[in-house]
Design a protein around this ligand. Structure first.
Ligand SMILES: [Zn+2]
Length: 541
């Protein structure tokens, strides 16, 4: 009886996908029309958006900006309130949830899934997902590179689909390493037209892995916690993602787990599973420093295209079920992070925060799934590992996904930046940081950082030789003139300001060479090199 009952339940819950059995031709996506051999081009995405906009009043499409080759980056606003502007969205009091696909244009599932979901939400059976939230979908963030399709660009996807686009944008930049320096046109468009005006409470970035043969259909990560407020991270990592993982297992028998890689160099079976790192150059991590929630989604590269679409579709739709059901809690959690951040920075006397971090264990993974490897002895006596087609479950695997400071620094009341560093001020403004320009000269008390050692990476990364300095802070009084920039820490993005401007930060603007010319000039002139951004420290706070 019990079996029959659960069977009926499954039938009832499964009935909805069949309610809408036919879509018009222009609402079918390219994988569906090509037996999953092809993925959509930019023109096909735009045509889909035009077609669906003609059929529903609950969607409005705008362009966040243009790529280097002049392609519009479309954003679809889905709301039952027919919202067209950020001001209208904020007036509803509902959270904005922003989801993007195709940041790496070889990782194409997210792009297709967002179009499928638009169909279901706007014209199908998922209209309830607009009850308590406003959705912003950017299916094709990296437009140019999507259309530079070639075979063999993503070896781990084994030509499924047959051809996909390139990882970097047309400027040769990885859009998911641009969260701090903001050099890509796409990043600038995203922040000026989406993140700053719409202020999404949750940001979801859709990817596909290219590594380890774990056996999860999809792996996820929260925006990692470094020097930001813990509340958004804890909500996503401890509540939202575990609950969603349980619900996709129960509803669709899909096994999802946390993101990571193991190394066969450490032998088999693996004892350690490592996530990626905490740097806010990754957009989801940067979002944590903004007191907002974020999720990294990674479909399993080695599955076939249609399976990756299925996993990503179920993940995104379950995220939206969750955010719709917990809309108020999400807003309140982020608000609490923002208020507490402001309070702690207003009373920051003596407060220290991490500027460099190392990855440490978070805990043990239960029932870790992986394809099994066997040993093969080579003729020279060495051993290599050969993957079998068998999925195994392992215990005692330590998950490395927490970040501990290895260096800390005092949080100042404000930073003062000499007026010559215009590019620096421009960067901060693109992040949404408030900057004052001094209207008269002032004398400030605080600390300067004396640079004693400069290290530059030998290998270029994203067109940069990443810099790192060591030295010491000394108490100082300095005069600043009219036109210099003052950045007060007590603002909602205070934690981000600290990460960007601390000289020893492992992902700050010094890392990204904003001070190279200045440092070089001082060295050539044989002058002591003082980090030019002054820390005002008000001890009487
Ligand atoms: Zn990716």
């Amino acid at each position: 009886m019990r079996a029959l009952f659960s069977c009926l339940l499954i039938l009832a819950s499964a009935s909805s996908p069949f309610a809408q059995t036919s879509w018009p031709e222009d609402l079918l996506i390219t994988p569906e029309k090509s037996n999953f051999v092809k993925t959509s081009t930019h023109a096909e995405v735009v045509a889909f958006l035009t077609a669906i906009q003609a059929r529903s009043e609950s969607v409005h499409v705008f362009s966040m900006g243009k790529s280097l080759e002049g392609k519009d980056i479309p954003v679809a606003i889905l709301s039952k309130d027919k919202i067209k502007t950020a001001a209208e969205a904020h007036a509803t009091g509902k959270p904005v949830i922003y989801i993007q696909g195709n940041i790496h244009a070889g990782e194409v599932e997210g792009k297709e899934v967002l179009m499928m979901l638009m169909r279901e939400i706007l014209l199908g059976d998922n209209a309830h997902l607009l009850e308590n939230q406003i959705l912003l979908f950017a299916p094709i963030y990296n437009t140019d590179s999507n259309d530079k399709m070639e075979k063999g660009k993503r070896p781990s996807q084994e030509d499924s689909p047959l051809e996909v686009g390139l990882r970097e944008n047309s400027q040769g930049l990885d859009l998911n390493r641009d969260g701090m320096k903001m050099e890509a046109l796409e990043t600038r468009a995203l922040f000026s037209e989406v993140i700053l005006p719409w202020d999404p409470q949750v940001f979801v970035d859709l990817h596909t892995t290219n590594g380890t043969w774990h056996a999860y259909s999809l792996t996820w990560a929260p925006g990692y916690l470094s020097s930001g407020h813990a509340a958004p991270y804890e909500f996503v990592n401890n509540k939202m993602l575990p609950e969603i993982t349980n619900s996709v297992k129960a509803k669709y028998d899909l096994t999802f787990g946390p993101f990571g890689d193991y190394s066969l160099r450490e032998g088999w079976p693996p004892k350690n599973f490592y996530t990626y790192n905490h740097h806010p150059r990754y957009l989801v991590n940067q979002f944590g420093l903004r007191n907002r929630m974020s999720i990294l989604s990674e479909a399993f590269a080695h599955e076939r295209f249609y399976q990756r679409i299925h996993s990503t579709y179920r993940f995104v739709s379950e995220i939206l079920e969750y955010t719709n059901a917990h809309a108020t809690e999400i807003i309140e959690t982020n608000k609490r992070a923002e208020v507490e951040t402001l309070t702690s920075l207003q009373n920051a006397a003596g407060l220290k925060k991490g500027v460099r971090f190392k990855m440490v264990p978070l805990g043990a993974l239960k029932d870790f799934r992986s394809y099994e490897y066997i040993q093969k002895k080579k003729e020279d006596g060495t051993v290599e590992f050969v993957r079998t087609g068998k999925i195994t479950t392992l215990e005692n695997v330590t998950y490395h996904a927490r970040f501990e400071p290895t260096a800390e620094s005092v949080v100042p009341t404000s930073y003062i930046i000499p007026s010559q560093f215009v590019a620096l001020a421009e960067n901060l403004k693109m992040h949404g940081i408030m900057i004052e320009t001094l209207t008269k000269s002032i004398t400030a008390q605080g600390e300067v950082f004396q640079i004693e050692k400069v290290e530059k990476a030998k290998q270029a990364f994203q067109g940069h030789a990443l810099a790192q300095v060591d030295g010491k802070f000394t108490p100082a009084t300095r005069k600043f003139k009219k036109g210099d920039f003052k950045v007060t820490l007590a603002q909602p993005l205070g934690n981000l300001i600290f990460y960007l401007l601390e000289p020893q930060s492992d992902d700050g603007l010094l890392t990204w060479n904003f001070f190279d010319d200045y440092i070089e000039k001082r060295k050539t002139e044989n002058l002591p090199v003082e980090y030019p951004v002054f820390k005002v420290i008000n001890k009487t706070q």
